[in-house]
Design a protein around this ligand. Structure first.
Ligand code: NDP
Ligand code: DGY
Length: 327
């Protein structure tokens, strides 16, 4: 095949900065699912037929069925995300398909959003805003809408990776007294935030804020369950910006929030996404839920689009990718 006959499918409308790179490269024919909504599964299976490259989203499940539908031409997948739990990694490895992803470029935006969510949850901002709108604000009241502050607190980070560290760096200046973290290994970079590596149980018993920023893996799936919440302080705030609800057992979280086992929760990720509007978690005033917007700044999304386009092109030309996940 000549380079010009290579075919690429992009599964969603992406920032134009990324599309421009793909088009200007002039080495492939680009077809796009030109919508802000996900490509239906049946269309995905048709549109990938014979492609050499696939640029996908975290909401596209790329499994054996999709890879079979694409066929043997497929040499590179580029995901517009740092998370890669939506891809059948073992199958990619077996088939020799390379994978590009977008680490680092979204770390700051996601850490900022996590801090915003933590403060909004701990200081009860959505409740306050609602009271102002509904006329519930009758006077300044000494006991009204009190929450929890970071000053003098202990923060526990579950998964002090790129984003976990960036969250810790942003929280420390609020006067956090102790920064605990847990994971599979101690991290040398924890020194930057005076992080103390502790067992999970210690982190849960001692933290005023528990922040989950680990990847979704078989080990972390369902990690935050009834036993997990029962070890947390009743005054503690739980924050999850990691991956889908899968790291969290949402039924157990609902119970912990309802019975006052923990004080409040802030989630940027749920299971499923979108969360049905009649989901029990949405009935709770002490649960703040955002629609997976961790990396959603204009500039971050543009940078992610450029990086994923460049990853894809490098995969097509068999060059080194700017960000390849070694399988
Ligand atoms: P990193 O790979 O840098 O960090 C992942 C962390 O997960 C590591 O510190 C790792 O710790 C930890 N981890 C893995 N297994 C376990 C375990 N069994 N128990 C505890 N910790 C564990 O990734 P990033 O920081 O770049 O991204 C993290 C995740 O954040 C992504 O996978 C993605 O799902 C999510 N994300 C969400 C966004 C949003 O919009 N809400 C935006 C961007 C990312 P160790 O090295 O010790 O194993
Ligand atoms: C990711 O990249 O994995 C996030 O969830 C979205 O940016």
């Amino acid at each position: 095949i000549t380079k010009h006959t290579m075919k690429v499918f992009v599964t969603r409308r992406i920032p134009q900065e990324g599309m421009a790179i793909l088009k200007q490269a002039g080495i492939c024919e680009v077809s796009v699912w030109d919508s802000d909504e996900p490509v239906p599964r049946s269309d995905l299976l048709k549109r990938v037929e014979g492609v050499h490259g696939l640029l996908c989203m975290l909401s596209d499940r790329i499994d054996t069925e999709v890879l079979d539908a694409a066929g043997p031409n497929l040499k590179v997948i580029s995901t517009l995300s740092v998370g890669f739990d939506h891809l059948a990694i073992d199958e990619l490895r077996k088939r020799g398909i390379r994978l590009g992803y977008t680490p680092d470029v979204l770390t700051d935006a996601t850490a900022e959003l996590t801090v915003a969510l933590l403060l909004a949850t701990a200081r009860r901002l959505p409740e306050g805003i609602q009271e102002v709108k509904s006329g519930g604000w009758s006077s300044w009241k000494p006991l009204w809408l009190c929450g929890y502050g970071l000053s003098g607190s202990t923060v526990g980070v579950l998964g002090l990776g790129r984003i976990g560290l960036a969250i810790a760096q942003r929280l420390k200046p609020f006067g956090v007294k102790r920064l605990l973290y847990t994971g599979r290994h101690p991290k040398p970079h924890a020194q930057e935030v005076d992080g103390e590596y502790v067992p999970l149980d210690t982190l849960l018993c001692e933290s005023d804020f528990v922040v989950v920023s680990c990847a979704l893996t078989p080990d972390t799936c369902g990690l935050c369950d009834k036993a997990f919440f029962s070890k947390m302080k009743t005054t503690a705030v739980f924050i999850n910006t990691s991956r889908l609800g899968a790291v969290v057992n949402q039924d157990d979280l609902f119970e912990a929030l309802s019975i006052g086992q923990i004080a409040a929760a802030g989630l940027d990720v749920t299971s499923p996404e979108p969360l049905p509007t009649d989901h029990p978690l949405l009935t709770l005033t002490n649960c703040v839920i955002l629609p997976h917007i961790g990396s959603a700044t204009y500039s971050t999304r543009a940078t992610m689009a450029k990086l994923s386009a460049n990853n894809l092109l490098a995969g097509l030309t068999r060059d080194a990718m700017p960000s390849e996940l070694k399988l």
